[in-house]
Ligand binder design. Sequence first.
Ligand code: DAT
Ligand code: MG
Length: 151
Amino acid sequence: MADERTLVLVKPDGVQRSLVGDIIGRFETRGLHLVGLKLLHMDRELAGRHYTEHREKPFYESLVAFITAGPVVAMVWEGPGVVALVRAMMGATDPAASAPGTIRGDHALTIGANVVHGSDSVPRAAEEIGLFFSAAELVDWRSDVARWLQG
Ligand code: DAT
Ligand code: MG
């Protein structure tokens, strides 16, 4: 399967609840490749661009208020089929239906505080990555584990 890239956010509830390390650890140990990472506080404008597909939904205002309520960790992960893989690792949107073993199934209770975002398609991933990262912030590197184990 061809390598893809996806945008992941640890939402403000995940940052506040000290879940950043757990979430990054899951993607690392799965074997995905990290190419971008930052901590930022989203403003309403960025939230509007990020959640543009939900603009007409009844929960839109609470969604924007929530995602701008504190810092998020934004990351870009790369790997074969990574868009769908990350969605599977996140679990269902509503944590009440998220399987145990998924991020939401292990760490979340309600749809309004579901800890993590992952892009839902390859084209949308490219757009979302562009909202959060400049080209220069996406780092081109390859794993070279043996060298780092030997010191
Ligand atoms: P996902 O985050 O799994 O891609 P989504 O794109 O459908 O889900 O919705 C974006 C976020 O909006 C979701 O993570 C939580 C919130 N949300 C979705 N449906 C909701 C609803 N019915 N009531 C309240 N919040 C909702
Ligand atoms: Mg979505």
